[in-house]
Design a protein around this ligand. Sequence first.
Ligand SMILES: NC(=O)c1ccc[n+]([C@@H]2O[C@H](COP(=O)([O-])OP(=O)(O)OC[C@H]3O[C@@H](n4cnc5c(N)ncnc54)[C@H](OP(=O)(O)O)[C@@H]3O)[C@@H](O)[C@H]2O)c1
Length: 295
Amino acid sequence: MSTSKKRFSIIGCGRVGVSLAVFLSSGGFEPAAFFSRTRESALFARDMACRGQVADDALTAARAADIVFITTPDTLIEPVCTALAQDGGFGPESRVFHLSGALSSDILAAAQDQGAAVGSIHPLQAFTPYEKGQGNPFKNINMSVEGRGEAVMLGQGIVAALGARSFTVPTDAKTLYHASAVVASNYLVTVEDFALRLLMETGLDENRAYEILEPLIQGTLANIRNKGCTRALTGPVARGDHEIVSRHLTDIDARMPQFSKLYRLLGEHTLDITRRGDGLDKKAEQRLSRLFSGK
Ligand SMILES: NC(=O)c1ccc[n+]([C@@H]2O[C@H](COP(=O)([O-])OP(=O)(O)OC[C@H]3O[C@@H](n4cnc5c(N)ncnc54)[C@H](OP(=O)(O)O)[C@@H]3O)[C@@H](O)[C@H]2O)c1
């Protein structure tokens, strides 16, 4: 890659935009220009990255570099990109990226129509506003890369320069990828909250309930890592013990009916996991299935 190809601009100098500018600069890329909704944010980004110009408008920033990162809020990426493309902000040398997890590079189609290679790189990380001298939030995290043409290889190079690990996702599977991240993180919170509410119903406060469950949670994660989900599964469903499950349901239905549906749904999926493993005795499986489906 030539030196000029390593020059980048940031449009949208918020939590991700500033961190990206700082750690891409220290990773060997050259910041060319910064533009944000407010001049203060662009100035802050430039000061933290120590190089580059504060642009008066997005078009100036886009034209100042071959690599353009649009790090505005998700809903603005497409309109910002389209406006820039209409104004001649991109050409065949341009490489345009966004960092959204939920959206693919399809939303950068207007830049692609101008000959640009477009892609998305998504850090599986929660970013807070950048503070001077802070550690690198990209270090050793996983980042998906998706895009068209040269953008994929360049995206992988950018991820490596940030100190992260890349893996590629097909453009048409970006939404599934994001759903996976939501289930792995957000819905894990939901499941653990469900477990805590059940234990709190026995008379414990939330902190104590968490202290009690934490070794079990950590042990389960370690089992998933070491053995995979199918072999990590223990408990009454894995044993085919429908009587215990039936008692759970009786008490949950009576005392915490708001969780009845969730317990049954999770149970049905847990039964599917046993089918992928050694399976259960046919009768036990049918009884459990009836308990979960209510039929
Ligand atoms: N935060 C995370 O944990 C995280 C993690 C992974 C991926 N992402 C992705 O990273 C991207 C940026 O998210 P973020 O959390 O950094 O958002 P953010 O902190 O809200 O920053 C967005 C920035 O965009 C600027 N902006 C708004 N409208 C603009 C416009 N029309 N033109 C130029 N700049 C504009 C804002 O500028 P002013 O400051 O000047 O108002 C703001 O600084 C999103 O695609 C998000 O999905 C975020």
